[in-house]
Write a protein that binds this ligand. Structure first.
Ligand code: ADP
Length: 558
């Protein structure tokens, strides 16, 4: 029988009213702010009330260096929660919201796949509860206020060539990457170069996801650098006096969204920062709230473990005082083969040697995660073409690395297929000795922090950076930003900065092209390689095939 598409399965889900899902976590129905019947925000009042509760166990799902199709991190996150609930545990999902733009390009949403999904999928991939629109509005309000400030006399003496605050829209639109703004004469202001990023790349998004509460949100928004003067001194959002109004626009968006898995288990879907120039995890407020309400909270970090898990631990956990009890490292036989040198079209036949050749990639990630003091369980996300011999090869290898690989069939079978994985993960989480620590201290120099990540996680020999970049880092240290963590932006396909070098390469350097200060979010972005903050659409975008059918249902959405 042919497998149904993700959207077909999602549409056939028997969803429960959102109040029943809230009830599973002890959220009274009047503390849920419903958006229709199957989505709700959890009230700020309730979040404040449960702050004193004991925390459940935090479980992070991450992966090996992925193949272009993705390895099934979201699918495994959802399947694991359904598996945990099947074995009688009170577990909840915490994942990111999907960006609207990419849905109409190539890659669709982020709600899992097969029989391990979060629903309502269509809504989550479209406007959902409007959080991203609120972020777009808050971001662009600040942009409008900056140009308005310049128009009315520029008392802050902003150098119009050095306005760093761009505009955002939640759409893939390459035509907007670089624009000239304020054309058309005296009444339209002072012409200057500007541009757009996609909403998920906004610093406002990163801030919403890292803020502990509304007060913290406003302080961080105020601390964002928006421009420089001729003497290169920074101008902050609070100098423009935009932080108060931006917080008002974001007030509702700060409340986490509750939806459900196909098996009617609770899922918090909230926030969605880019995983390169930002930290790529769902919001701190959703994670901390979920931990107060469930015994096990399964969350996900974007990209492979070298980027996603590292940032989760060194940025999110450090800042929010969180500590993962166990990391679930998702691997697939297919990705092992690709890391072992096979091409995209050579994955559907048995090749045990290629699997073995690719395993050192997995091995390095296992070692890396352990170096944070957190135990690892490998989830082998099962694909139909995987053979017994290939699976055994991965299991044997993982054993030599002092961990255990468990085959999981949640994509095809839902929670039932993830019972083995869930059982082991719960055991390991319960035994958590609590040894977690980030891999560098706050007070290490910024360049030394970059070196620590490059050498200990990527296994590079050195970090290559011009004097200009080193001086910039020194300057930020002198200005009081030296205690910030690092947010690496590099390819997710390799430990190196070259996406074609798969496996576990050695003997390479990490060239740093640029550094940026996200003073409000609270990290220094280190850019290694090409980073796109406004994607384009492919020659035939998926939008061409998206339409409503005769019943008014959406066709063509992932
Ligand atoms: P990631 O979070 O790693 O990017 P996702 O969980 O979003 O990956 O999955 C990417 C795609 O792969 C989805 O369309 C999903 O349906 C599909 N997928 C995931 N696991 C499997 C599997 N075991 N077999 C077939 N397809 C899968």
């Amino acid at each position: 029988m042919a497998m149904k598409s993700d959207i077909q399965i999602a549409r056939e889900a028997s969803k429960k009213p959102i109040q029943e899902i809230g009830e599973k976590l002890g959220i009274p129905s009047d503390e849920l702010l419903p958006y229709g019947h199957d989505k709700a925000k959890v009230s700020q009042k309730f979040i404040n009330q449960v702050r004193g509760n004991k925390d459940g166990k935090l479980i992070l799902v991450t992966s090996i260096n992925p193949t272009p199709a993705g390895e099934g991190k979201s699918t495994t996150t959802v399947g694991l929660v359904d598996g945990l609930n099947r074995i009688g545990k009170k577990a909840a999902v915490c994942i990111r919201e999907a960006s609207l733009g990419p849905n109409f390009g190539m890659k669709g949403g982020a709600a899992g796949g097969g029989y391990a999904q979060v629903v309502p999928m269509d809504d989550m991939n479209l406007h959902f509860t409007g959080d991203f629109h609120a972020i777009t509005s808050a971001h662009n309000l600040l942009a409008a206020m900056i140009d308005n400030h310049i128009y009315w006399g520029n008392s802050l003496e902003i150098d119009t060539r050095r306005v760093t605050w761009r505009r955002v829209i939640d759409m893939n639109d390459r035509a907007l990457r670089q624009i000239t703004a304020s054309l058309g004469g005296v009444s339209n202001g002072f012409p200057r170069e500007a541009g757009f990023d996609i909403t998920v790349a906004s610093e406002v998004m990163a801030i919403l996801c890292l803020a502990n509460d509304l007060k913290d949100l406003q302080e961080r928004l105020g601390a964002m650098i928006v421009a420089y003067r001729r003497d290169k001194s920074p101008v902050y959002a609070r100098d423009i006096k935009a932080d108060g109004a931006m917080t008002v626009l974001l007030k509702d968006a700060m409340q986490p969204n509750l939806v459900q898995t196909l098996e009617n288990n609770p899922a918090f879907v909230h926030g969605g920062p880019f995983a390169n120039i930002a930290h790529g995890c769902n919001s701190v407020i959703a994670t901390t709230t979920a931990l107060k309400l469930a015994d096990y909270v399964v969350t996900e970090a974007g990209f492979g473990a070298d980027l996603g898990a590292e940032k989760f631990m060194d940025i999110k956990c450090r800042k929010a005082g969180l500590h993962p009890a166990v990391v679930v490292l998702v691997a697939t036989v297919r990705a092992m083969k690709m890391n072992g040198g096979l091409g995209k079209n050579e994955l559907d036949h048995e090749d045990v040697e290629a699997v073995k050749k690719g395993c050192p990639n997995l091995g390095r990630h296992i070692e890396n995660v352990k170096s944070f003091g957190v135990p690892v369980v490998v989830a082998l996300n099962h694909f139909v073409h995987d053979t017994e011999a290939e699976i055994q090869a991965v299991k044997d290898y993982v054993k030599t690395m002092g961990a255990e690989a468990i085959v999981s069939k949640h994509w095809a079978q839902g929670g039932e297929g993830a019972v083995d994985l869930a059982t082991r993960v719960a055991e390991v989480a319960d035994e958590d000795p609590g040894n977690f620590s980030p891999i560098y201290p706050d007070d290490m120099g910024l360049f030394q922090k970059i070196e620590t990540i490059a050498k200990r996680i990527y296994r590079a020999d050195e970090v290559l950076a011009d004097q200009k970049i080193r001086n910039q880092l020194k300057e930020w240290e002198e200005q009081g930003y030296g205690n910030l963590p690092i947010c690496m932006a590099k390819t997710q396909y390799s430990f190196t900065t070259d996406p074609n070098r798969r496996g576990a390469p050695t003997g390479f350097g990490v060239p740093v092209r640029e550094v940026r200060l996200s003073a409000g979010a609270g990290f220094v972005v280190v850019i290694c390689g090409e980073i796109m903050t406004m994607p384009g659409l492919p020659s035939v975008p998926s939008a061409v095939n998206i339409k409503l059918d005769a019943n008014g249902d959406i066709e063509g959405l992932s």
